[in-house]
Design a binder for this molecule. Structure first.
Ligand code: NDP
Ligand code: 2IT
Length: 486
């Protein structure tokens, strides 16, 4: 892990801080400057205190900022160009946030109202890019954290993509297809004026899959009268890319493969916990099975399916159909004698395993879960979801020097193939499956190499959190400097 002496830290801080932010800056040691820390103290700098005051009711956003600042504070403070340009202070403020009312009619004729959002966080290295989430827990804090993470993730892909995220507190679960269609049309009636293939290109996320993208894209086309690649994750019949559906899950497993192969190891025969049973989880599970691993769990918000002998192809097909077509719950699984059991209200983290792939949602791994996993012998965690590990859990994994891949690196395959979809749309061509999969693997391997370059510890192990934060940051920061003060 990179480190910097306390004095250098203080000198750097004095350079960037205006007096009203408080005195004696930099005397609190940054917890990540010492090796093997299990401290959960947040990073300290007066501009972060100001941010915490302004965004006190945005815990997820502050958590994402803290995790990044643990890496960036010291590095940025040693770079006079960055400190004078106040890059970090600028980086934590979104370019703009659009918030709007979405009114629609349900099947009974009742008028329903939801809130819609698009957070356009940073377009320094390309048009805003990032998914839309439809889930009752969506609020500004969640979308700001997701859009902030997207800055580093999109930069890591090496493709020209800025960062955004949007969505609504609308819950597609239990709604008819027609209700979802009317909601999507109303949502796009406002969103269309803020997005476009050269300005901001949304895609899917939790609750937004092929069905929703179809409704959204069609309405964008009708409103603008233009057929452009203003959304990604489109169906193959109307401008989508092969492998986009599978890309996030496949990419996460490719990244895990690269981490293991650096240690002359492989996924073959490994027992792997997968959480979630949505888009990311299912294709992570499929690729793990292809690589000879045993998928010992899948889950949803109500419970976990445990497969002690490993998920079979038949069981995978059943879950895939349940989730993608029937939109049902894992509790519908009935024990069929082939070794699967349903654990109601349980997360997968207590099950014995070698590797873990959290692919459901943020903060699904608490510190206690992380301790249990380490005690149970888990040696690798690759985050398919965005910020699934609490910050204390991340510290626990890092202090035990697990192979821990943060979401911004490990799940970047989804947005990367979205970028490839944009390229195909712009060129008006369609690449075959082999070509897109090869590009995806190259991109994931490049991200892995960048993480190693920036995150290698003196003992040769890799702090992937630090490596991903730093590698993602430098490109964006250099472009911001080149643009001057804006
Ligand atoms: P889906 O909607 O397809 O699936 C989400 C899964 O997570 C479901 O199994 C769902 O269970 C579970 N889940 C959602 N919310 C909660 C919750 N609050 N508690 C417990 N379980 C929950 O979404 P995706 O698979 O697309 O997304 C999963 C994660 O991956 C998210 O963090 C997303 O941001 C991230 N991601 C997605 C990408 C993509 O391309 N789709 C790209 C990169 C990251 P249930 O059905 O019961 O709600
Ligand atoms: O979190 C993510 O990277 C996504 N939901 C995918 C974003 C995209 O634009 O494909």
């Amino acid at each position: 892990m990179n480190s910097c002496p306390d004095t250098a830290l203080r000198v750097g801080l004095n350079l960037i801080l205006d007096p009203p932010f408080g005195d004696n800056p930099g005397t609190t040691p940054d917890p990540m400057l010492t090796e093997n820390t299990t401290s959960t103290a947040p990073p300290s700098a007066p501009f972060l205190d100001g941010l915490k005051q302004r965004c006190g009711n945005e815990p997820e956003f502050l958590q994402a900022v803290d995790e990044v600042m643990e890496s960036l504070l010291a590095v940025s403070q040693q770079n006079e160009t960055y400190t004078q340009a106040r890059i970090l202070e600028r980086l934590v403020e979104p370019d703009r946030v659009v918030m709007f009312r979405v009114v629609w009619e349900d099947d009974s004729g009742a008028v329903r109202i939801n809130r819609g959002y698009r957070v356009q966080f940073n377009n320094t290295i390309g048009p805003y890019k990032g998914g839309l989430r439809f889930h009752p827990t969506v609020n500004l804090s969640v979308l700001k954290f997701l859009a902030f993470e997207q800055i580093f993730k999109n930069s890591l892909t090496g493709l020209p993509m800025g960062a955004g995220k949007g969505g609504s507190d609308f819950d597609p679960r239990g709604k008819s297809d027609r209700e979802v269609m009317r909601f999507c049309q109303s949502f796009m009636t406002e969103l269309f004026r803020h997005v476009g293939h050269n300005t901001d290109v949304p895609a899917g996320d939790i609750g937004v899959g092929a069905r929703e993208i179809g409704f959204l894209f069609c309405h964008y086309k009708r409103l603008t009268g233009r057929y452009t690649g203003a959304l990604t994750g489109k169906g193959l019949a109307y401008g989508g890319s092969l492998i986009r559906t599978e890309a996030t899950g496949f990419g996460t497993v490719y990244f895990a493969r690269d981490m293991l192969s650096r240690n002359k190891d492989s996924l073959d025969g490994k027992r792997c916990l997968v959480s979630g049973s949505g888009n990311v989880a299912l294709y992570a599970a499929q690729k793990l099975m292809e690589f000879g691993a045993h998928v010992v769990s899948l889950s949803d918000s109500k419970g976990t399916l445990h497969f002690p002998k490993g998920l079979t192809a038949e069981q995978f097909a059943w879950v895939h159909d349940l989730k993608e077509r029937r939109r049902g719950r894992l509790s519908e699984f009935s024990e069929d004698g082939s070794g699967g059991e349903y654990l109601e209200n349980k997360k997968p983290w207590e099950l014995p395993a070698d590797c873990a792939f959290p692919c459901a949602t943020q903060n699904e791994i608490s510190l206690d879960d992380a301790k249990t996993m380490v005690d149970n012998g888990v040696k690798l965690v690759a985050e398919g979801a965005n910020m699934p590990s609490s910050i204390a859990a991340v510290h626990h994994f890092r202090s035990h020097e697990l192979l821990f891949a943060p979401g911004k690196a490990a799940n970047a395959g989804g947005v990367a193939v979205s970028g490839l979809e944009q390229s195909q749309n712009a060129l008006r061509i369609f690449w075959d499956r082999t070509k897109v999969d090869r590009r995806l693997q190259e991109i994931m391997t490049n991200i892995h190499e960048k993480c190693v370059e920036h995150g290698e510890r003196p003992n040769g192990s890799v702090d992937y959190v630090h490596g991903a934060n730093l590698a993602g940051f430098i490109k964006v920061a250099d472009a911001m400097v080149a643009f001057g003060v804006n």
